[in-house]
Design a protein around this ligand. Structure first.
Ligand SMILES: Cc1ncc(COP(=O)(O)O)c(C=O)c1O
Length: 370
């Protein structure tokens, strides 16, 4: 009889053998938040919202399977995004949208996607889990797209992922650059613009361009500005035949009924007003944090501030990380990403959390200077 380990070794898909799963912010620090001390952890590492809003739940339909694409959510998000209902798919977070695109448009063992690092890690991980190859065209030193490198990959990739505003650099990609990519790949690839953070840079959305570019796909989420990372709800915007194809591979009941109810409330007029107010508060806090961080001689701000986080370089990044973790204040190490040596990323929290973080950073440099 083979042991489970022997069976796994024998049967596991070849492309999964070397795969390191995505180190989500929660996975990384789950052990540090063991409740052993009374200290309340401060989570500034996953670009979540600091606000927790209240919602009502109607349990009358919980005995029934939910709709695959709940009409109330589709209608409300389509109105919010300025697209029609058929140009929209709702899924378990934008992460599921990424995976559906790869499963629907890339043949395993044969096709490839293109990513522009440093960028969001899930494009590559999703591709690897689907046995789909990953081509890279790294961002230039100013974090703009390297158009020559991207264009050279024409006919080699089926999907091009562009993250704007980009995680973790906080930079938005210039509209002219995105248009150049859309045009270059017009007859060969879908161009996926990940707008997970678009509410923090609202005027730069590509949603109005869906009518002009048949190969444009946009990813959105309720996890960031809408303060609903916990419900796992994201959207894919694209022309109807693309959405229709994604519906072939989505699970029959992707969206739990409570998620649909909460999403509908978040997308109501009241919900949108709440979201807009909270985005403004985060913008204010972000400026405050930036100013304060700029006062530390050993900190150099990196990238831009188009999202709800700040990236910075610090020669003593490991010491600072360890010090913050020991105080249960969690930020994210980005130093393994291309061109981001010694870089850390802070999610903008509420006033109190940001102050706590700044106080600790001050203490760290004081001690380091002694
Ligand atoms: C750029 C980007 N896209 C997508 C996601 C995932 O969003 P969701 O929570 O909707 O799966 C994230 C989460 O951090 C992100 O940073």
């Amino acid at each position: 009889m083979l042991s489970s380990q022997q069976l796994v070794d024998k049967l596991v898909c070849a492309n999964l053998k070397a795969l390191v799963p995505y180190e989500s912010a929660r996975r990384l620090f789950a052990a540090s938040d063991n409740g052993a001390t009374a200290q309340v952890p401060v989570w500034l590492n996953a670009n979540e919202s600091p606000f927790a809003n209240d919602y009502a739940l109607d349990c009358a339909r919980l005995n029934r399977y939910p709709d695959c694409q709940p009409a109330s959510v589709i209608k409300a998000y389509a109105a919010y995004a300025g697209v029609n209902n058929k140009q929209l798919l709702v899924s378990r977070g934008a992460d599921e949208g990424i995976e559906l695109l790869i499963r629907a448009f890339c043949t395993p063992g044969q096709d490839r996607i293109l990513i522009c690092p440093p960028t969001y890690g899930m494009y590559a991980i999703s591709a690897q889990t689907c046995n789909v190859g990953v081509e890279t065209a790294p961002l230039l030193a100013d974090f703009s797209l390297d158009l020559d490198a991207i264009k050279a990959l024409k006919d080699k990739v089926n999907l091009v992922f562009i993250c704007s505003p980009n995680n973790p650099t906080g930079t938005s990609v210039a509209a002219q650059q995105i248009k150049a990519v859309l045009e270059h790949f017009a007859d060969s690839a879908l161009v996926v613009v990940d707008e997970a953070y678009i509410e923090f840079d609202a005027t730069s959305s590509f949603a109005p361009q869906l009518v002009n570019y048949p190969n444009l796909v946009i990813l959105r989420t309720l996890s960031k500005a809408f303060a609903l990372a916990g419900i796992r709800c994201g959207f894919t915007l694209a022309n109807d035949v693309i959405i229709h194809t994604l519906l072939k591979v989505i699970a029959p009941y992707p969206l739990p009924e409570p998620v649909a109810q909460i999403a509908s409330q978040a997308l109501s007029d009241k919900g949108l007003a709440l979201m807009n107010g909270q985005v403004s508060q985060i913008a204010q806090q972000k400026q405050r944090l930036k100013q304060a961080l700029n006062c530390f001689a050993d900190i150099e701000l990196v990238g831009d501030d188009k999202a709800n986080f700040i990236l910075f370089r610090c020669a003593q990044k490991q010491g600072l990380m360890d010090f913050l973790v020991s105080a249960k204040v969690f930020i994210r190490d980005q130093s393994k990403q291309r061109n981001l040596n010694n870089c850390l990323r802070i999610t903008v929290g509420d006033a109190e959390q940001n102050q706590q973080l700044l106080d600790l950073i001050g203490q760290f440099f004081q001690r380091a200077g002694q």
